[in-house]
Design a protein around this ligand. Structure first.
Ligand code: PXG
Length: 443
């Protein structure tokens, strides 16, 4: 029997194998969102849930932001899709130019992707190919960092440093090594902003240069502030030193700004916030307010120009996606930038960050809390793990907070918070009052 595509099937939860989810736990007691506006989700059972995480660190301008919604609707009517290769459409060029305008000086060229993971793969490929294009093909090694998160594709998990994301997947990329992470609870617990201790962790790169020789290393990739792994701020002077060491050895520095881009820290990019300019920046998430999948990779002119040689009818770089610079995504991106600018959201994040910091650190002293850290509109509360049962305590907090009307994220036994930048002081109060109750009741 031929089954019609339109035939209705009874809804069931079995078919969808959910990403990064405890599927069996979820399906026994599903948590479904059916609507969203501004700072709040609506659940299937009609409750309002305060979004303490901007979706997954992406809805920086809040949900259903009207200009973005309208721009997408208009674009579908005007030009739904245009081939990404050997053809163009105006909004892709406009969005690239606007992005360059937001970025630190010198990062003048943009490739579009469809996710943070694709931005990572693109950046790593650009780095290796760049060295080869200028006659240093021996520079093939990629250096990541322990506890780094760079998405889930093979390049990203190879340079990434989150063990469960790597251990099941065979040999990964070859020619990859890692510098040590910067988390140092013993010296830095309960720091507001950048930790005092740990600039010397950057010197671990010199150790790898000694081991592999600079002439074999193409690039180092780090998140300016490590997000997914539990919000780890760069120690004071650390990023500056990484920049010095990479420059000294001719190694490209890639900042993965998928989370730190677009106002999260109260500046356009982490690079601007920390005052350190890398050679390549990866973005996604807040680029379109999370509404349409899109990522972008910004590169310095020297990198771009190294490929602009040879006969002009030939393709210069063999890479790209069917949906690179998709018109709907570009329209969403442009309207997102207008919204960030006209609502002053990056400045708003900077202004609110002190109130946010004070509210967050007021949780110090509650049961099981072993660290609290923050920057911009990001916060983390690290809990002591239940012996032999890592992640269980924070997961219980996540469920309880959800039932009490707040969406939070957990990674390991760390609670991570990153609300839309439109959050009001009263909503910051609501979030932390709820968390206080949750933490007090935690086993
Ligand atoms: N790089 C960084 C720094 C990221 O944070 C990615 C790459 C991958 O992006 P895509 O779009 O392929 O998912 C990310 C994604 C969390 C969480 O709760 C973080 C991410 C994604 C989902 C959840 O910490 N970061």
């Amino acid at each position: 029997m031929v089954r019609s595509a339109a035939a209705s099937v009874p809804n069931n939860l079995e078919s969808f194998w959910m990403p990064f989810t405890a599927n069996r736990q979820f399906k026994k007691n599903p948590r479904m969102f059916v609507g969203a506006e501004g700072m709040y989700y609506t659940t299937a059972d009609g409750r309002k849930v305060l979004d303490g995480t901007a979706g997954l660190w992406c809805v920086n301008a809040g949900h259903k932001s009207p200009r973005i919604v309208e721009a997408i609707q208009r674009q579908v009517e005007e030009l739904d899709y245009a081939p990404a290769f050997q053809m163009g459409h105006p909004k892709a060029f406009e969005l690239a130019a606007r992005l360059v305008n937001l970025a630190p000086e010198g990062l003048n060229h943009v490739m579009f992707t469809n996710s943070g993971s694709e931005s990572v793969e693109t950046a790593l490929k650009v780095a290796i190919a760049y060295h080869r294009a200028r006659g240093e093909g021996s520079r093939f090694r990629l250096i990541g960092r322990e506890r780094g998160y760079h998405g889930v594709n093979f390049g990203g998990i190879s340079v990434g440093g989150i063990v469960p994301n790597r251990k099941m997947f065979g040999t990964l990329l070859t020619g990859v090594d890692h510098i040590r992470h910067t988390h140092d609870l013993a010296r830095n617990a309960f720091t507001r902003g950048q930790p005092e201790h740990g600039v010397e962790f950057a010197d671990d790169l010199e150790r790898l240069v000694q081991l592999h020789d600079a002439s074999t290393i193409a690039a180092v990739i780090v998140e300016p502030m490590a997000g997914s792994t539990g919000v780890l701020m760069p120690p004071k002077g650390y990023l500056e030193r990484l920049r010095q060491i990479t420059e000294k050895h001719g190694i490209l520095l890639i900042f993965d700004e998928v989370i730190t881009g677009f106002g999260r820290l109260g500046a356009s990019f982490g690079a601007e916030y920390y005052g350190v300019t890398p050679d390549i920046i990866n973005t996604a998430k807040g680029l379109t307010n999370g509404i349409i999948p899109m990522g972008a990779v910004l590169v310095k002119s020297e990198i771009h120009d190294a490929f602009m040689t040879g006969p002009e009818h030939l393709i210069e770089f063999f890479h790209g996606y069917t949906y690179s610079g998709n018109p709907i995504a570009c329209a969403a991106g442009l309207a997102t930038f207008d919204t960030y600018r006209d609502e002053g959201l990056f400045e708003r994040a900077a202004e609110l960050s002190t109130y946010w910091e004070d509210a967050l650190h007021s949780l110090k002293g509650l049961p099981h809390v072993i660290d609290i850290r923050n920057t911009g509109l990001v916060g983390a509360i690290e809990l002591e793990s239940i012996p032999g049962e890592p992640t269980k305590r924070a997961f219980a907090a996540f469920i309880d907070a959800y039932e009490k009307g707040c969406l939070i994220r957990t990674t390991g036994d760390i609670i991570a918070l990153s609300p839309p930048l439109i959050i009001k002081k009263s909503e910051i109060d609501q979030l932390f009052e709820t968390l206080k109750t949750v933490l007090k009741n935690l086993n």
